[in-house]
Design a protein around this ligand. Structure first.
Ligand code: FAD
Ligand code: FES
Length: 501
């Protein structure tokens, strides 16, 4: 089964144009995922003129690949965050994430968006073979930040009656693309213009005017918000504080009522995550995710899906046929909160990146924070998300994640995976060495070769083939390229250098 997410059939704003010529506005928002669209919404409601510009279709990035749990606690455990950030910052972080869920609830109500939004319980349960004390430690930490939590035994999965569990009330979920289609409609009614198929090549700043440049057009604005999932305005420093991870999701049919509507995730590492989505008649869909690994460090998606399916069928009785499978990428930060606010070293450019697996709530909290800062308001969340922060206590995570870059550069002196281009079968990709050069080679289903440099155009790490998604993944900071060498995920802006056969 090819990679297609449960939400991808919705094309938001297919009528949006391509940026052409010179335009002026108060704020240019680069990127139209949940972070960019929510930012445009907050700003237009404050009376700002806003343009949103995207490289591809509107909301066609990682937001269209999410599983959409709206779970406002720390994704990497509140106890872990408190160890690095302290109780006060962790409390503020959890408050801001909860405020983001409240804001989604408020917007869908106010704008009358039919998006299956609902409040429900979330269950963190002891994973297979995992110690119970993780649950006790987490209980104490969550109580410490003042969030509601209850300790109990068992979740409604087979064989999990005696697992230790925390129940979090007042979590939420929704259909992310239906929600964002409604937000885009509200934005347009408030004067926001959306541009699609317009890759931004440069964001520069001079005399308090920000210039956003594409191949065919220019936007001049008082402020810009770079919401490209991974920043394209900051070239390097901030990227050393994040690490890309690929995660996998399968969806199955299930009879309505067979599994209570709730969010579920376990304490394994990487953890499994489960939620329901209402379907037609008496059918629901169960989304089951997990099997994460560092981007580019594995190309075994089908094995991972097999494991995910075996895990799900072992635990959830009555699972029907599979309907979708897909993967996507999240950007973990070394100290567990995103980088949101003024881009270090600039005056009027703001960024929102570093989703840590809770990028939907990060996107909405980031929109609230950046819109406030641009409007000249002070904001209590400013410090916990400050892009320039130096997280000294996260030095261990910093070292662990940045070893990837060193390993990646070392790959340039290693032999290629292929001995010759003839060895490449249709639909396959692989790395071949030619002299000092490493080539990312792909043979399409018609037999034609697509040859590009294997060097990422961000800062040069060595690319890896992803056979399930048919793309090239960069293990260092999350760039992804299609088989023609075009970037499909930031921070890369430029396409891969073409190589002659
Ligand atoms: C499988 C999976 C499950 C997840 N589950 C959850 C979950 O349960 N809960 C949760 O909160 N989060 C979850 N996440 C994370 C969350 O979905 C993402 O972090 C979030 O959607 C990212 O939103 P974004 O707006 O930052 O980025 P995106 O949605 O990727 O939007 C960025 C946009 O910027 C555009 N862009 C990039 N470069 C340029 C350029 N040069 N010029 C113009 N445009 C550009 C892209 O085309 C894209 O449309 C999950 C993610 C995945 C992959
Ligand atoms: S994403 Fe930074 S080098 Fe590739």
């Amino acid at each position: 089964m090819a990679s297609t997410s449960f939400w991808m059939d919705i094309d938001i704003a297919p009528d949006a144009g391509v940026l052409d010529g010179v335009r002026e506005c108060d704020v240019a928002v680069v990127g139209s995922g949940i972070a960019g669209i929510s930012t445009a919404y907050e700003l237009c409601k404050r009376g700002k003129s806003v343009f949103v510009i995207d490289r591809g279709r509107i909301c066609g990035g990682m937001t269209s690949r999410t599983s959409a749990h709206l779970a406002p606690l720390c994704d990497d455990l509140v106890s872990e965050m408190a160890k690095i950030r302290g109780k006060e910052a962790t409390t503020l972080f959890c408050d801001s994430q909860a405020a983001a869920v409240d804001r989604i609830e408020e917007i869908q109500k106010k704008e009358k968006i039919d998006c299956d939004f609902r409040r429900l319980d979330g269950y963190l349960f002891q994973g297979q073979g995992m110690p119970a004390d993780i649950i006790d430690e987490e209980l104490e930490a969550v109580r410490g930040v003042g969030a509601p939590v209850h300790r109990l035994m068992g979740v409604p999965f087979s064989g999990c009656e005696n697992r230790h569990v925390l129940r979090y009330p007042k979590q939420a979920t929704f259909h992310p693309l239906k929600y964002l289609a409604g937000v885009v409609k509200a934005c347009r009614e408030n004067g926001v213009t959306f541009y699609r198929d317009s890759p931004v090549e440069e964001v520069t700043e001079e005399n308090v005017i920000v210039t956003v440049k594409t191949a065919r057009g220019v936007i001049r604005a008082r402020h810009a918000v770079v919401a490209t999932n991974s920043s394209i305005s900051d070239r390097f420093a901030i990227h050393t504080k994040t690490a890309p991870y690929r995660t996998y999701v399968i969806t199955f049919e299930i009879e309505r009522g067979a599994l209570p509507d709730a969010l579920y995730w376990d304490t394994e590492d990487p953890y499994h995550y489960v939620r329901l989505q209402p379907g037609p008649a008496n059918t629901d869909y169960v989304l089951v995710g997990g099997e994460d690994h560092k981007s580019g460090e594995a190309d075994d998606a089908q094995d991972r899906f097999r494991k995910l399916e075996a895990w799900a069928r072992g635990l959830i009785s009555g699972l029907g046929k599979e309907t979708h499978r897909w993967s996507g990428q999240v950007l973990d930060t070394i100290d567990y909160s995103g980088f949101i606010g003024r881009d270090p070293g600039s005056t009027n450019v703001y960024i929102a990146m570093g989703d840590s697996g809770q990028g939907l709530t990060h996107g909405v909290a980031g929109a609230m924070l950046n819109a406030g800062l641009i409007s000249g308001e002070d904001h209590p969340w400013k410090e916990i998300y400050a892009p320039g922060r130096v997280p000294l206590k996260a030095a261990k995570n910093f070292m662990a994640e940045n070893v990837t870059a060193l390993k990646s550069f070392a790959e340039y002196v290693a032999p290629g995976e292929l001995t010759s281009l003839e060895a490449l079968t249709r639909g396959e990709g692989g790395i071949i060495r030619r002299g000092l050069e490493k080539i990312a080679a792909y043979r399409d289903n018609d037999g034609a070769l697509h040859l590009n440099s294997a060097s990422c155009t961000h800062v040069g790490c060595h690319l890896h083939w992803n056979s399930f998604e048919t793309c090239w993944d960069c293990p260092c900071h999350g760039s992804i390229f299609d088989v023609n060498g075009q970037p499909i995920n930031a921070p890369a802006i430029g396409s891969l250098a073409r190589v002659q056969e």
